[in-house]
Write a protein that binds this ligand. Structure first.
Ligand code: C2E
Ligand code: CA
Ligand code: CA
Ligand code: CA
Length: 277
C-alpha cells in the first residue's frame, strides 16, 4: 500500500521529539548526579608489553544508573559534550586523577602516570591551560606523570588553539597522547605540529589481529609512530596472540582486558599490590 507522506512526517517528528525529550532528561539527570558527586572515576592499567609491568593507567568515567549498573560513557559523554557539562566534569576528572596519582605515590607507587581524556569543549575554555596547572598544583603532582589524551577530532576542531594549549602544557611537563589513532580519517600533517609523546593504536586495528593473518593497519600505525619518534600503546588487547603480534611490530605498551579491565580506585590499589611491579 502507498504510504501517506504526511503520516511519515508525523512519525518522524514524533521520533525527534522523543529523542529530544530523552536527551534533555538525561542531561538533567547527569547534571544533578554530577553535582551530588555520584560520578565515579575508574582506572584501567597500562602495561609495558615486554615486561608486563604496570606503567600507568587511564582514567575512565562511570555513571551509576541507580540499579547496580552503569550508563555507558559512549552514551553520556556525547551528551556531556553537547550540553557543555563536560567542562566541569572534565575538570573534576583532572583533579580526581591528580589526587589519585598523589595517593598512589604515597603508597609507594611513584613511577606511574595517569592518562586523562580531554574533549573539545574543554579546549574551547580559555582557562583550560590554567585549570590543568591548578589541578596539578592542588594535589602537588609532578606534571610529567600526567598525560592528556586527545583524539584527532579534538585537534581538527580548532587546530591552532589546541596546538598552542598543548605546547604550553608540554613545556610545563605534561605528556600528550593521540587517542584512537587512525580512526579519524583526518589530515596527518598535524602529527608533526603537535607536541606528542605517545600514539594510541585504536582497538579496531588490534582487533584485526587474528591467528595466521597479518594486520596491515596496526603495523602501519606502529611504524608511523616509531618513525615519528613517539611511543606507541595498543588499545583493547584481549589475547596473547594480539600482545605478541604487537611486540613483533615494535609496539611499546598495551592496555586491554588481557591485563585488566577498568576498575574503581580501591581495586586498582589492590591490583597494583599484587602486580609484577
Ligand atoms: P577511550 O578513550 O577509547 O577508552 C578506551 C575504552 O576501551 C574504554 O571504554 C575501555 O573500557 C575500553 N577497553 C579497554 N580495553 C578493552 C578491551 O580489551 N576490550 C574491549 N572490548 N574494550 C576495552 P569506556 O570506559 O566504555 O569509555 C568509552 C569512551 O568514553 C572512551 O573511549 C572515551 O572516549 C570516553 N570517556 C571515558 N571517560 C572519559 C572522560 O573522563 N572524559 C572524556 N572526555 N571522555 C571519556
Ligand atoms: Ca582514551
Ligand atoms: Ca582510545
Ligand atoms: Ca578506541
Amino acid at each position: 500500500a502507498k504510504k501517506n507522506l504526511s503520516d511519515n512526517y508525523e512519525y518522524y517528528a514524533k521520533d525527534i521529539e522523543d529523542q529530544t525529550t530523552w536527551r534533555l532528561d538525561m542531561i538533567r539527570r547527569l547534571r544533578s548526579d554530577f553535582m551530588e558527586r555520584k560520578l565515579e572515576l575508574w582506572f584501567q592499567p597500562q602495561v609495558d608489553l615486554l615486561s608486563e609491568k604496570v606503567v600507568g593507567m587511564e582514567g575512565l568515567l562511570r555513571w551509576p544508573d541507580g540499579n547496580n549498573g552503569y550508563i555507558s560513557p559512549a552514551v553520556f559523554i556525547p551528551l556531556a559534550e553537547y550540553s557543555g557539562l563536560i567542562v566541569d566534569i572534565g575538570q573534576w576528572v583532572l583533579e580526581e586523577s591528580c589526587r589519585r596519582l598523589k595517593s598512589l605515590n604515597e603508597s609507594g607507587f611513584d613511577n606511574l602516570r595517569v592518562a586523562v581524556n580531554i574533549s573539545i569543549p574543554q579546549f574551547r575554555d580559555r582557562y583550560f591551560v590554567d585549570k590543568v596547572k591548578d589541578a596539578l598544583k592542588a594535589s602537588n603532582c609532578d606534571p610529567s606523570f600526567l598525560e592528556l589524551e586527545i583524539t584527532e577530532s579534538v585537534v581538527m576542531d580548532e587546530p591552532q588553539i589546541v596546538i598552542d594549549a598543548l605546547s604550553t602544557l608540554k613545556a610545563h611537563g605534561v605528556a600528550i597522547a593521540i587517542d584512537d589513532f587512525g580512526t579519524g580519517f583526518s589530515s596527518m600533517s598535524y602529527l608533526q605540529k603537535l607536541p606528542l609523546d605517545r600514539l594510541k593504536v585504536d582497538r579496531s586495528f588490534v582487533k584485526d589481529i587474528q591467528p595466521g593473518q597479518s594486520a596491515v593497519l596496526a603495523e602501519t600505525i606502529v611504524t608511523l609512530g616509531n618513525k615519528l619518534g613517539l611511543l606507541t600503546i595498543a588499545e583493547g588487547v584481549e589475547t596473547r596472540e594480539q600482545a605478541s603480534y604487537m611486540i613483533k611490530l615494535g609496539c611499546d605498551e598495551a592496555q586491554g582486558y588481557l591485563y585488566a579491565k577498568p576498575m574503581p580506585f580501591e581495586e586498582l590499589l589492590d591490583f597494583l599490590q599484587h602486580a609484577k611491579n
